[in-house]
Every structure is written in structure tokens, then in C-alpha cells.
Design a protein around this ligand. Structure first.
Ligand SMILES: Cc1cc2nc3c(=O)[nH]c(=O)nc-3n(C[C@H](O)[C@H](O)[C@H](O)COP(=O)(O)OP(=O)(O)OC[C@H]3O[C@@H](n4cnc5c(N)ncnc54)[C@H](O)[C@@H]3O)c2cc1C
Ligand code: FES
Length: 506
């Protein structure tokens, strides 16, 4: 998981050193066990360590190599168009809490960067959500009005530095961008300075809450703790059923060099497909990260097409000199637009943080702040809004039902659809698909050297059939987003199991 061996490393991964913290080898007893070394787990572990708690963090792969290493790293409270919707669905008070909490998270990152002296290209930027469709100007105006009511630094603008026919945009001033891996590697170093024990290549397999104190079972030993924090993007142990309350959406990004003026500001369009733009430092010059395209994990069809579409848009929009890096990643979208953070349902000592909706640079940081306060018994004014035990379906029942019908459709439909799967011999070079081997179904990939890699197609999480991701050469699960490399090794949860290898013939 998160081991930096992705086929398409992000600009953040490509421009930072690989870490080599040790794997856990033996049992531990600590105050808090944190599972997951992305921005959420690292922030939580650091804040707890700074408060004097005895903390151990285990990461299945390498730190900041999951979604945090493949983000676009805008640090903003402007999350597309959200505030008018939050006011309509949750009321003004809760919408204000969301705004205040995210603004506070930006401040927290700034303080950590300054306090710890982390060199991570943190720069103040304005953030924009724009539309190129005249009929959506009203949505933009409504967002400006909502955000202004909530005290956010919002204005309506019709001109931006983008060479795009913008009809209208919300602008938030005093937001920020950074290099997320440099930031997280700085947090990791600070963890060690604060006595936090950090283990990489250590996969948590289960959390046992039967005894007086919870125990995290890992492949390197057991960790007994007073509290467990599950910061694994989607919880890998899930009595709260978050896999049914948040769905995994994948999208695409590129770091490009352009001739001509480089627009300042961080942009996201409301158009479909949406487009994202922000400046980035590339070997002494300023280029752009452009992003967009979106589909559910395992349901994108030929994923190379998303890169091709994004590059076509970039070339139509800018004078592109080179495409230096390209990558894709996913995050979980909660049914009611608000992340789940805090004590997990049906658990007394396990905390979770999930459903960041592609805004976890702020909300993952915020999760660290909320969980730290909850564990230390401190009141937090935003805790109730993000309460992970909530199940208010007033505005989300329809989404919840349709997302889970989609999962059920894949669970059953994909089995039926692959009944007539072709024999493995028909697999072309570079192709991956469900085939039959001796009459049994298998997930098989024939590499460019014509070697066939065959594994069981049954996802180790809840048993859906995986699908081939052409662009990343991975097996992706269309149900809840588990991903495996072409050899069947789990690279992203919620699964904790690899796909079983399949012999080519008996
Ligand atoms: C394309 C894209 C662009 C984005 N752009 C932005 C942006 O501009 N601004 C913004 O705010 N947000 C953005 N986001 C969202 C943001 O990147 C994520 O919300 C955030 O990185 C999530 O961090 P995390 O620490 O919760 O998860 P991750 O970074 O995924 O970390 C979870 C870690 O847990 C580990 N793990 C999993 N299972 C286990 C296990 N069983 N045992 C041990 N370890 C385990 C994984 O290996 C991983 O390292 C974007 C997301 C995407 C997909
Ligand atoms: S991720 Fe849940 S069944 Fe595969």
C-alpha cells in the first residue's frame, strides 16, 4: 500500500526522497495507536505527540504515498460550490462551523510549517471556483452570498488570469498551496523528535476491542493502546459501515510546463468534466498542475482516455511545452457532503476520519485537530458537525440508496457478465481482463514481455469482482475502492488481503 511504485508517480512523489522508517517487529503498549501515514494520520500523531501522549503510527506502505502523495494540494476552504448547499441542507450554523473549521485548518498548517521550519513551498494564493456556462452564473452568485454570510473572504469576479472564457467565479482570498509530500515528510521527522514511534511497511489487519484496552493486530506485532485512530482513507475495520456511506471517486492530474504567462491562483471549474489548475515549482521554473476527469474507482472504462482528454484540454488552453508528470488518485465522497470524523459507531475507543471529498488537505488536518481534542477530553466547537456516528438521512437517503444499489449491481452483475469470459490464451499483450483458466474465472494481465500474471478476481474486502485499470496497470474494485497491483498485492484499502495467485493450468 502506498509504496511509491505506482506506474505514474505524481510530481510530489517524483520530487522527494523515499522514506525508510523501520517495520514493526514485536508488540507495543502505547496511549494511542494511529493507523495510516497520510496527512490525517501524521497530523493526528504529531498533535498527540506534542501533547505528551505515547503514540505509535503504523503505515502499510510508505508515509505520504497514498492519496496524500497524489493530490493537487490546494489548501482552501473553497470546496467547489458547497456553502449555499450546506446552508440549505444543514442550516447556517453548521455551514458556518464548516467554514470556520476549514479556515482554522489552513491556519494550523501555516503554524506547523512555521513552527517546525518545514520547507514545503507553502504559498498564499487566491482560490477560485469558476464556470464557463452562462446559465450557472446564478450558482456562483449564490455561493458568494452564502460564503459572505458565513464570514468567508469571498467575492464575485468575472475576470481571472485563466485563458478561459470564464462567465463568473467565486474568489476566496488568503488561501494557500503547498508541496504535500515535503510537508508530510516534515511532519514525519517532527513525529520522531516528539518521541512518536513511526513504522512503515506494517499493515494493520484488525482492531480487537473485546478486552479492557483495544489491540491493533498488525503483520509485525500487536499494539495495545488506550485509543486507536483509523486514518486509512476509508476505515479498514468498519463496524460503522462507512463503505456504504462514502463512495470512491478517482481523478487525474498532470504537471506541465507552458510558454507564456503562468496564471496565479488556484482554480476549479463547475463544468463537466471539471478542470483544476494551480501553479507548481518545476526545477526552478513555475509550471502548472492541471487536473480533472472523474469516475468511480473500477468503473472508468479505458482509463488512459482520462489522461488523453486532460492533455487535450491542457493543450487547447495553454501553450504546453512539456508534460512532466501525470498521475491519478481517489478519495471518498460522503453521502451528506460532510466528512466523518470522531468515535466510530459501535466502538468505544476507535476513532475514524473519512469522506474528505477531495478536500482532505484541510479536512484531514482538521480531523487531526478534532481527534486530538476528543482523545485529550477537550471540547471542540466543530466536533458535532463532523460526528462520525451521525446518520441523519433527511437529505442523503436518495444518494445512500443509489450508491449502494450501484454496489449491489456490481456484486451480482459483474459475476453474470463474466460468465462468458474468454480463455486466458486470448489475452493480448498489455491487456488485462477477467478470463477463464481451466473453466475457472481469473483476473489476468499479459505484460509487454507476454508473461501472464493471473490472480483471483475476488476482492478481499467484501467479494466484488475487480476490474482492470489500463492506465495504472492495477486491479481496482468497483464496489468500495480497494486496489491491487498486477501481481494481486493490495496497494489501497479497505482490503487488508492480497488477491490469491492463480496457476495458469493444472
Ligand atoms: C486527484 C485528487 C486531488 C486532490 N486535490 C486536493 C486538493 O487540492 N486539496 C485538498 O484539500 N484535498 C485534495 N484531495 C484530497 C486529499 O488528497 C485527501 O483527502 C487526503 O490526501 C486524504 O489523506 P488521508 O491521510 O486521509 O489518506 P491517505 O493519504 O490515503 O493515507 C492513508 C494511509 O493509510 C494507509 N493504510 C491503508 N490501510 C492500511 C492498513 N490496513 N494498515 C496500515 N496502513 C494502512 C495507506 O497506505 C495510506 O498511506 C485530492 C484528492 C484527489 C484524489
Ligand atoms: S472494496 Fe469492498 S468489495 Fe472490494
Amino acid at each position: 500500500m502506498g509504496t511509491l511504485h505506482e506506474r505514474n508517480p505524481s510530481v510530489w512523489v517524483a520530487t522527494t526522497e523515499e522514506t525508510s522508517y523501520p517495520a514493526l517487529a514485536g508488540d507495543l503498549d502505547v496511549d494511542v495507536a494511529v493507523v495510516g501515514g497520510g496527512i490525517t494520520g501524521l497530523t493526528t500523531a504529531l498533535l498527540l505527540g506534542q501533547a505528551g501522549a505515547r503514540v505509535a503510527l503504523v503505515e502499510a506502505g510508505r508515509v505520504a504515498a497514498g492519496t496524500t502523495g497524489y493530490t493537487t494540494a490546494k489548501l482552501t476552504s473553497l470546496h467547489g460550490l458547497i456553502y449555499a448547499d450546506l446552508i440549505a441542507k444543514h442550516g447556517t450554523d453548521k455551514a458556518r462551523q464548516y467554514a470556520d473549521a476549514n479556515q482554522a485548518a489552513i491556519g494550523a498548517v501555516r503554524e506547523l510549517v512555521e513552527g517546525l521550519g518545514i520547507e514545503c513551498q507553502l504559498e498564499t494564493q487566491d482560490a477560485y471556483t469558476y464556470t464557463t456556462e452562462a446559465e450557472r452564473r446564478g450558482d456562483i452568485a449564490a455561493e458568494v452570498e452564502a460564503a459572505t454570510t458565513l464570514g468567508l473572504p469571498a467575492t464575485y469576479v468575472e475576470r481571472t488570469e485563466l485563458p478561459v472564457a470564464v462567465e463568473g467565479a467565486v474568489r476566496f482570498t488568503d488561501q494557500a498551496q503547498f508541496h504535500p509530500r515535503r510537508y508530510c515528510l516534515g511532519l514525519a521527522r517532527a513525529l520522531i523528535d516528539h518521541g512518536v514511534q513511526l513504522f512503515e511497511m506494517t499493515r494493520a489487519l484488525d482492531v480487537d476491542e473485546e478486552g479492557e484496552r483495544p489491540v491493533v493486530q498488525t503483520d509485525g506485532g500487536a499494539i495495545v493502546a488506550d485509543h486507536v485512530v483509523v486514518a486509512t482513507l476509508l476505515p479498514f475495520v468498519d463496524p460503522g459501515g462507512f463503505f456504504a456511506k462514502a463512495h470512491p471517486m478517482r481523478s487525474y492530474a498532470m504537471a506541465i510546463r507552458i510558454d507564456g504567462p503562468v496564471p496565479q491562483g488556484m482554480y476549479l471549474s463547475t463544468d463537466s468534466p471539471s478542470r483544476s489548475v494551480r501553479p507548481v515549482h518545476l526545477d526552478g521554473e513555475v509550471g502548472l498542475v492541471v487536473g480533472g476527469g472523474s469516475h468511480k474507482v473500477g468503473q472508468g472504462g479505458d482509463t488512459t482516455q482520462y489522461y488523453a482528454d486532460l492533455e487535450t484540454w491542457a493543450r487547447q488552453t495553454f501553450d504546453v511545452r512539456s508534460v512532466d508528470h501525470r498521475w491519478s488518485a481517489h478519495d471518498y465522497v460522503p453521502v451528506d457532503s460532510v466528512p466523518y470524523v470522531g468515535r466510530s459507531p459501535r466502538s468505544s475507543r476507535t476513532m475514524v476520519a473519512t469522506g474528505f471529498k477531495k478536500w482532505g488537505m484541510t479536512t484531514g488536518t482538521l480531523a487531526g485537530m478534532l481527534i486530538t481534542d476528543a482523545i485529550l477530553g477537550r471540547d471542540n466547537p466543530w466536533a458535532a458537525l463532523f460526528d462520525a456516528t451521525r446518520l441523519d438521512l433527511t437529505h442523503s437517503a436518495q444518494t445512500l440508496i443509489s450508491e449502494n444499489l450501484d454496489v449491489a449491481k456490481h456484486f451480482v452483475g459483474d459475476r453474470l457478465a463474466t460468465l462468458g469470459a474468454p480463455p486466458v490464451e486470448e489475452l493480448a499483450r498489455g491487456e488485462g481482463t477477467i478470463v477463464t483458466i481451466d473453466g475457472e474465472r481469473a483476473a489476468a494481465y499479459r505484460d509487454e514481455a507476454s508473461v501472464v500474471h493471473a490472480v483471483s478476481p475476488i476482492c478481499g474486502h467484501l467479494g466484488c469482482l475487480v476490474t482492470w485499470n489500463t492506465a495504472e496497470t492495477t486491479w481496482d474494485c468497483p464496489c468500495h475502492g480497494s486496489r491491487y497491483d498486477h501481481e494481486g498485492r493490495a496497494i489501497q484499502g479497505p482490503t487488508v488481503k492480497d488477491l490469491e495467485p492463480k496457476a495458469l493450468s493444472r
